[in-house]
Design a protein. Sequence first.
Length: 342
Amino acid sequence: MNMPIHILPFAAIDGLQEYGTTTGHRPALPQLNRLLARLPQRHWLRIGADTPTAPHEFALSHLLETLGGPAREFSAEHPPLSLAALQAHALKLAGSAGQPAGWAFVTPSHLQITTDRIQLTDPAQLQLSPAHSQALLASVQALWEEDGITLHAIAPDRWLAGADWLDGLPTTSLDRAIHRDVRQWMPALGQTGRLQRLQTEIQMLLYHHPVNDARAATGLPAINALWCSGTGRNDHLDALTPGLARLHVEESLRQPALAGHIQAWLNQWQTLDADWLPQLEAALARGEDLQLVLCGERHAVILAAATSPASRWHQLGTRLRQWRPWATARRTDPVTDLLLEL
């Protein structure tokens, strides 16, 4: 059965507990509260805030591999799938003889450098035009050709890079780095010395690039770096790619979460609760099956419907504990408890 799987990145963000303590407010998400009762089975992916792969990316990799089976722990011996290779395969750029074995996303970026911080600006705010993106890509391609890298533009602010030596290379998710001090995510020179050399050469190339001269004339920040991400294992792509049709990634919480705007994030959550989650509950009411994956900064949890009689009794007990009127004063808030655990 092709059960749909809905992944919600940034369902929880840093600062939520402090916001609740300061304001006395809890997330008002009644539809999510009802869904938690309908989806009582929980399978946790304990990832951690210090891993280079964001929880929603790890969950995507995990679900494609196992389709609901037991989780694998993140480790250097078993890194997640390369999401860049997966996209290259979907675009028919990878998977055939003579095509690169390794792939990475390359994002034209702006690093704001101060005496005590190197912060990555959100690339979505850079207003990089298609023409400027193509001009930059052509210059970078000419520089990187001797290292066996081929570049393909899939959007003005995202390219695909293919090279055999990118296979399994450790890189950090863009969503881990945006608006953060990126020094903690800069990979060790011993692991990625080649990439570090290329990054240094790129900084020199971009310093006096005509695109940046044109951007400066209109008050736009310079493109002074390229962020590489999406690397990992590239095996079994033929078998895994069809699973993408089962996955829906709902990204509307991403921008307010990355910007750290908790109130805007809460407002968007309430919009999802009112408009999107009722569609999932309606599907469950029709007897359809699905999984909902909530992802935070540290962990992800896969929520699924009860499948065994014992699980259904547990589900009924959960509903009674949540809704019995005589327990209102003592009732906990399952939504807040779950989001804080993420």
